[in-house]
Design a protein around this ligand. Structure first.
Ligand code: FAD
Length: 503
């Protein structure tokens, strides 16, 4: 599968003429949701480059393009291949997505009379599935911070004699700075991978996609070498400021000090362990990187990334149906076109359409924040996030979207909803100055929609959040407002909600 391109897997330690490796471009994978064109291209290109690597190493390999597989689903394709090569034994790597796991489990069960089936670990994550289940309880709201500390102890990263280096586990409070106007932002490292053949194939097979791809070359890394180059670039140019400006928003650059390693990680061209170890090595060797930066980066990988996987596997399939706030609205049309007058959203959506990428705070506090305030059905929000981002695979997309961003899991991932008014966006970003809407105006014509929608959200979910201590202050401050103020804010919000497709 396209997300199993692990060069270091023990499968490949020896060449075995009896073993045939199958890599196949599948219609089902290209169409289970409407993906960004760059995402489909990146997966196919990475699969091809992985196939070339395996062939060079002397492994027997069958690479099937969409021209060969047409619309065959995975089970039918496997039957066909097994028949033609007379296979008696089938090994597959444990899939990351529930959907594929179901398919392969059903497939294997139905053929167990004649086929010897073995599912092996993908040898990528820091925890295997059994360990995950031990560290992430399947009920309640496990705390990421507790999980993260266990992971620090387990990996020994940034630990000294059983204690966290610097005497502190977490330096998050140092990591919330807005971007100074004079600060130079590194240009993202991009590649120029020729992908004309893949684009033609996608067109020939009428795969519907979203997003833009202006050239016939792909800027994302598609091989292990390129992924390692990106890692080197990150530790040299971005890690020194990673944590400090992790939450900043700007239209002066599209990836700021973020690593853009999520695609390489999620398709397994590089491993979380090697990324962390290289970053720690760079920190130890350089005076430019302080502890808060390296700690902030490690927390994302050994903390959030593994934790989200734990939430996914302990809660699927029910998780995908959760809609705790009973949100039913449609996603505004401009999520697909970028045509909105709200400057922050226009920038985040257009950037996502152009690059198949937005950094975490754009996803959480701009596009996610708006969708939550507008009461959009989490199915639609999930479909958008699953399609648009280069790194979107359900195990990490749904936990971040339905859980962290939309609070649709009722507080499993987030202890309170990630919502804000324009105040936060104005403080952390530089969009508001150029916006048609006024960030300082709370209601009425021309007021920033985030302001009234924020209070509308608080008002309509008062009952849900009444027992949540983290929401006490905000609920009290809403109640303290005059009746006339509240009415004016709610009227403005209702008007914006009614007209949300043309904001
Ligand atoms: P950096 O900021 O450089 O972080 C380094 C690495 O840490 C990332 O590459 C990623 O592997 C990991 N990481 C950081 N934050 C998270 C997180 N919250 N959960 C899991 N891993 C994390 N990430 C995905 O990989 N795929 C998704 O489909 C995805 N969907 C998201 C949807 C929403 C609504 C939100 C709020 C977040 C989502 N994330 C997703 C998490 C995060 O935004 C991306 O991992 C990150 O933006 C990728 O860019 P980067 O590689 O430059 O990350």
């Amino acid at each position: 599968m396209g997300d199993q391109l692990n060069h270091q897997h023990s499968w490949y330690t020896e060449q075995d003429p009896e073993t045939l490796y199958l890599i196949a471009e599948l219609h089902q994978e290209a169409t289970y949701c409407k993906h960004h064109i760059q995402k489909v291209v990146a997966f196919f290109a990475a699969m091809q480059s992985f196939a070339t690597h395996l062939s060079r190493k002397g492994h027997r390999l069958l690479y099937l393009t969409l021209d060969d597989t047409q619309v065959l689903a995975l089970p039918q394709l496997l039957d066909r291949v097994f028949q033609s090569c007379g296979a008696k034994r089938f090994e597959y790597q444990s899939p990351d997505e529930y959907r594929v796991q179901q398919q392969l489990t059903e497939f294997s069960t139905a053929r167990r009379d004649w086929l010897d089936v073995v599912c092996v670990d993908s040898e990528h994550f820091l925890l295997d599935r059994l360990e995950l289940a031990e560290l992430v309880p399947s009920t309640g709201s496990p705390l990421m911070e507790t999980f993260y500390r266990k992971m620090r102890r387990r990996t020994g990263y940034l630990m000294e004699e059983g204690q966290p280096e610097g005497g502190q586990w977490n330096f998050d409070q140092h990591n919330r700075q807005a971007l100074p106007t004079e600060l130079e932002i590194p240009q993202p490292l991009v590649f120029a991978n020729p992908v004309g053949d893949i684009l033609d194939r996608i067109e020939r097979h009428k795969i519907e996609t979203i997003g833009r791809m202006p050239a016939r070359a792909l800027t994302w890394p598609i091989s292990r070498e390129q992924s390692l180059d990106l890692l080197e670039y990150f530790v040299a140019h971005c890690l020194p400021d990673f944590g400090r400006y992790q939450d900043a928003l700007t239209d002066r650059g599209w990836s700021l000090f973020h690593s853009r390693l999520s695609f390489s990680l999620n398709c397994k061209l590089i491993s979380p362990a090697e990324v962390c170890e290289r970053a720690i090595e760079a920190w130890r060797q350089s005076d430019m990187i302080d502890l808060a930066q390296i700690e902030g980066f490690l927390r994302q990988i050994i903390g959030w990334r593994e934790f989200m996987r734990g939430i996914y596997w302990t809660r699927m399939p029910d998780y995908a149906t959760r809609n705790a706030l009973d949100h039913q609205a449609d996603l505004p049309d401009w999520y697909w076109t970028g045509e909105t007058r709200m400057s922050c959203l226009s920038h985040a959506v257009n950037q996502s359409l152009d690059h198949a990428y937005a950094h975490h705070i754009q996803r959480l506090m701009v596009t996610g924040n708006f969708a939550l305030l507008a009461g959009v059905h989490p199915d639609q929000v999930d479909q958008w996030y699953l399609g648009i981002y280069i790194d979107a695979l359900e195990w990490v997309e749904i936990t971040n979207t339905r859980g962290m961003s939309q609070y649709a899991d009722g507080g499993v991932v987030a202890t309170k909803p990630y919502v804000s008014s324009a105040n936060y966006l104005d403080k952390m970003g530089d969009y508001c100055g150029r916006c048609e809407y006024d960030a300082s105006k709370k209601f009425g014509e021309g007021s920033c929609p985030f302001n009234s929608l924020y209070w509308h959200f608080i008002d309509r979910h008062q009952e849900v959040f009444r027992g949540n201590r983290r929401m006490t202050m905000v609920l009290a401050s809403w109640r303290k407002r005059s009746e006339a103020d509240r009415r004016a804010i709610l009227d403005t919000a209702e008007n914006y909600l009614k007209n949300r497709h043309c904001l």
